[in-house]
Design a protein around this ligand. Structure first.
Ligand SMILES: Cc1cc2nc3c(=O)[nH]c(=O)nc-3n(C[C@H](O)[C@H](O)[C@H](O)COP(=O)(O)OP(=O)(O)OC[C@H]3O[C@@H](n4cnc5c(N)ncnc54)[C@H](O)[C@@H]3O)c2cc1C
Ligand code: SF4
Ligand code: SF4
Length: 376
């Protein structure tokens, strides 16, 4: 009997991710070929493609993600559903004295790590997220000073991974990335050589993941803010850690606008509600804001190469580390576990986990034991 070919191409991605509004605009399918574009937060298919197995489908973090396989490749063990993923250590962190001029979102740990990794040659370029007005703009930088220009959080979902795809085409082989958990998940897929290419090389030298509970849909955020403030006057946006429950918008004339997070949650992309990762579990290093200390970060070290860079950056004065208070760690585990259970319950209810039907692909795959435990 002729073997049935499971199609994993543009048509399947369009039907099951774009048309179902699972897409969060991560950029993993952009700039691989001329057929996709990201325009003001929307991922658009420009031309049809008939390839049965495409990199667009293979890299997308919203379809056929086998968590056991990815965990096995990166951490040497199956996915176990731990709220914070696999890690070696968790500390408090801050940019060190050698980088006092930066104006970061929180402690500047992310910019310090990328700056150091680029300066010391651990990476040959970094895919970061800059902004033009309110639009988040992917930017590939090769000069450490340019890392600092991309600091601060743009809370709208961004197509940052398109800058990785372009850098790979340009021949870069040791790429650094700062991304949200869905983007980091896409890097794990990219690193797993999903299309079994003979000449495959892992293009990443360092993947730094951000914590993320949700992002904001740019297309809804811009008009929402324009009713409240002149967009060109926005200097910085911040979401202070709980229990504040507000989004702060700082204007260039010293003004501060406060918006309730209940209003913001109404303009979060649909795809975020299925997301089960708060701390970028498939990164080398993960960074978030530390509760109660908005000038500091929580830093999770997951891999040996991440640990080496952190240790050297600290030794050379680019990073300062301190002990993470126990109550902060407990709350982080609680919040990450909550997000995992919430997203998984929704995906499970809608038949998107471990689906075995050829027509309707799964969003996530994991062992029956872990799925049962997380949805019990
Ligand atoms: C959408 C979003 C949601 C977040 N949610 C949480 C949360 O729930 N809890 C929490 O603790 N932290 C969250 N963060 C992370 C937090 O805002 C800080 O980015 C993090 O603590 C690092 O702080 P820092 O001072 O080291 O960053 P900086 O040194 O200022 O560096 C920020 C880095 O973030 C990158 N970046 C900015 N915007 C984006 C984007 N849209 N997509 C991908 N990369 C981007 C930039 O390239 C830059 O390298 C979120 C960030 C984003 C972008
Ligand atoms: S989630 Fe990312 S890879 Fe998937 S369709 Fe959207 S932009 Fe493309
Ligand atoms: S909540 Fe998940 S899907 Fe949404 S932007 Fe954050 S990491 Fe991506």
């Amino acid at each position: 009997m002729e073997e049935k070919v499971l199609k994993r191409g543009q048509e399947e991605l369009r039907k099951q991710v774009l048309e179902t509004r699972l897409c969060t605009g991560c950029g993993a399918c952009i700039d691989l070929c001329p057929y996709y574009r990201s325009y003001r937060g929307k991922t658009a298919v420009l031309f049809p493609c008939v390839i049965d197995e495409g990199r667009c489908f293979a890299y997308c973090p919203k379809i056929e993600v086998d968590l056991d396989e990815l965990s096995g490749r990166l951490f040497g063990k199956p996915y176990d559903g731990n709220p914070l993923g696999s890690y070696q250590s968790i500390t408090a962190a801050q940019a060190g004295d050698r980088l006092k001029d930066i104006a970061p979102q929180a402690g500047g740990t992310v910019s310090a790590l990328m700056y150091f990794a680029l300066k010391k040659g651990y990476i040959d370029g970094a895919a970061l997220t800059d902004r033009k007005g309110l639009i988040p703009v992917p930017r590939f930088v090769t000069d450490a000073e340019d890392v600092l220009a991309c600091s601060t959080s743009k809370y709208t979902a961004a197509p940052t991974l398109s800058a990785v795809n372009q850098a790979v085409k340009d021949g870069y082989k040791n790429i650094g990335l700062v991304g949200t958990p869905c983007q980091v998940l896409a890097t794990a897929l990219m690193r797993s050589n999903p299309l079994k290419a003979d000449d495959f090389v892992d293009p990443f030298g360092l993947v730094v993941g951000l914590f993320c509970t949700w992002a904001i849909d740019f297309r809804l955020f811009e008009p929402f803010l324009a009713e409240r403030i002149e967009i060109s006057r926005i200097r910085k946006i911040d979401i202070p850690p709980p229990p504040s429950e507000i989004l702060e918008v700082f204007g260039d004339n010293g003004t501060k606008l406060e918006i309730s997070l209940d209003e913001i949650r109404a303009i979060v992309p649909n795809g975020c509600s299925y997301c089960i990762d708060m701390t970028s579990e498939f990164s080398d290093l993960s960074v978030g804001v530390m509760e109660g200390r908005p000038d500091m970060n929580t830093l999770i070290v997951r891999t040996d190469r991440g640990r080496k860079i952190v240790e050297e950056a600290e030794k050379e004065g680019y990073l300062t580390l301190s002990t993470m208070p126990e109550e902060n760690l407990e709350h982080l585990i609680w919040a990450a576990g909550n997000k995992k259970k919430r997203g998984l319950a929704k995906a499970q209810d809608e038949g998107m986990v471990n689906t075995s039907d050829d027509e309707t692909k799964a969003y996530l795959r994991m062992s029956v034991e872990v799925l049962g435990r997380l949805t019990a």
